[in-house]
Design a protein around this ligand. Structure first.
Ligand code: GRF
Length: 210
């Protein structure tokens, strides 16, 4: 018996590195009838996220902001994922589906800005991180689904910190999306534990919880 393919839309306006991490994660999965049907959408016609989708053989579409309501009224998805989408979606669009977003800080700290990685670093905090949350029309204010910390150690360079934030984003977003698509309640710490194990040698792993 095959399970129906889950339909996932990923929306972005620029680079698309999170889109690519998600797409590669699902492309690399043993399908067994469970694979995910991904559509990449961008409100920016020449955005690199669309080029990445073309290169990966994934359906993609330039979707002007003004056409969102019409599009999501006619196209059903199990989940819509924002990944660097630089516009604020109004309630009338958000009411048409489930939307999630990723933000490169531990919300509610350093929300509402595209400079949150730099702002956190310059503020001198010792820990920042990544948040995945439900989208509401209040920017970066929706209920938190998952968070993961990144520590700013003594002498750490900004580039190193930024790189680590993005590495965590690319690892966290796909596994959270997979669990949401499976409609499973999950303890996020367990997810990260199963990803790394005790002998992973992963530089992002702060050690496993027992
Ligand atoms: C990411 O840092 C994400 O957290 C934020 O926008 C950035 C998008 O990067 N919302 P990319 O387009 O996925 O490379």
């Amino acid at each position: 018996m095959t399970t129906q393919k889950k339909k996932l839309a990923i929306m972005g306006s620029g680079n698309g590195s999170n889109f690519e991490a998600i797409a590669r994660y699902f492309q690399g999965k043993d399908t067994g009838g469970k694979c995910v049907d991904i559509t990449c959408l961008s409100n920016v016609e020449n955005a690199y996220i669309l080029t990445r989708a073309q290169n990966l053989g994934i359906k993609n579409k330039f979707l002007p902001f003004s056409e969102n309501f019409d599009y999501f009224s006619k196209n059903e998805f199990d989940l819509v994922v924002l990944a660097g989408y630089m516009k604020i979606l109004p309630d009338e669009v958000l009411s048409l589906n489930k939307f999630i977003n990723i933000h490169p800080s531990l919300l509610p700290a350093f929300g509402g800005t595209i400079h949150s990685i730099k702002d956190a670093f310059l503020a001198g905090v010792k820990v920042s991180g990544v948040t995945i949350h439900w989208v509401t029309s209040d920017v970066d204010c929706g209920e938190i689904i998952a968070q993961y910390p990144v520590f700013i150690t003594a002498g750490m360079h900004f580039d190193e910190f930024e790189e680590e934030i993005h590495a965590i984003e690319h690892k966290l977003y796909p596994i959270v999306i997979e669990k949401l698509l499976e409609d499973k309640v999950f303890d996020f710490q367990d997810l990260m534990k199963s990803e790394c194990g005790s002998k992973c040698g992963d530089s992002h792993c702060g050690g496993c919880h027992s």
